[in-house]
Design a binder for this molecule. Structure first.
Ligand code: ADP
Length: 263
């Protein structure tokens, strides 16, 4: 949970960093464009000797912009995905204190842990970070209090529309959902919610990175995320993560032969 807290702080830092970088990058780009424009005018006027200094200025700006994006890339690469078998119930249990502190006293926390929950194959730190971020979103949606429910369950997705709709292959999944009794989302907000930097929160409060990072995590784990929400009716965000097919379990679960030998 300490890791989850650090993760959340890192997320906030990423938000400030990216906001700042976008701004700086734009300034540098303006410098490059300005220099190129001056260059073109000098060339048109036949004053070729003066072009050199604008080339130098454009290069200097472009190099600074490159250094800036390198810094951002280095930052984002510090979080490699390390999938291991994870007991989501145990993970949620270990986060209970942190979640309570995060949502405050006006919001009730309910945890519905399915018995015999399958293990899932994912990066536990990213799962923690996802659950913390979903809980922060839920808290923000319930300024006047309410209930936050974290629920786990085994879920078997059959072939056909269900699998296509959820963009995952048919098979056994662990479903972890975070529900709130808050404001809910309009259809157009739901549609854009996974976009990086999309936020309806005031500047400085929302980064718009939470759901997009959660979506990225789920997709990299070969799962997905689903949002069910309507204005005034609260929100449920469900993470579907593939079941970890441990030794012996794959055969016992009668997975389709084509999928059984998946490593
Ligand atoms: P952020 O929380 O920084 O705005 P997110 O990507 O996590 O970024 O969320 C994007 C947007 O989706 C939010 O600004 C909000 O409008 C909406 N949203 C996310 N979770 C919820 C929720 N539980 N209830 C209502 N709206 C939500």
């Amino acid at each position: 949970t300490e890791a989850a807290l650090r993760q959340a702080q890192k997320m906030e830092a990423v938000g400030q960093l990216t906001g700042g970088i976008a701004h700086d990058f734009n300034n540098l780009l303006t410098g490059v464009i300005g220099s190129l424009d001056l260059m073109r005018r000098r060339i048109a006027a036949g004053r070729i000797a003066e072009v050199e200094r604008y080339v130098a200025a454009a290069l200097a700006s472009a190099n600074r912009a490159a250094a800036l994006t390198h810094r951002l890339l280095a930052f984002s690469r510090r979080q490699p995905l390390a999938p291991v078998p994870v007991d989501a119930n145990a993970l949620v249990g270990s986060m209970e204190e942190l979640l309570r502190r995060t949502i405050g006293e006006s919001i009730r926390l309910e945890i519905g842990a399915a018995g015999d929950l399958w293990h899932t194959l994912c990066d536990p730190h990213q799962l923690e970070s996802a659950l913390l971020n979903l809980s922060i979103n839920a808290r923000d949606a319930m300024p006047d209090g309410g209930t936050l429910t974290v629920e786990t369950t085994n879920l078997r997705i059959g072939p056909g529309p269900a699998a296509r709709l959820r963009e995952v292959r048919p098979g056994p999944y662990v479903s972890i959902s975070v529900s709130d009794t808050g404001t809910g989302m309009t259809p157009d907000v739901i549609e854009r919610a996974f976009e990086p930097f999309f936020t309806t929160k005031p500047i400085g409060q929302g980064t718009g990175l939470g759901l997009s990072m959660i979506y990225g995590f789920a997709r990299q784990s070969e799962g997905t995320v689903r949002i069910r929400s309507a204005p005034g009716e609260g929100t449920t965000v469900t993470l579907l993560l593939p079941r970890f097919e441990g030794e012996g379990e794959a055969a016992e679960e009668a997975a389709p032969p084509a999928e059984a030998p998946r490593a």
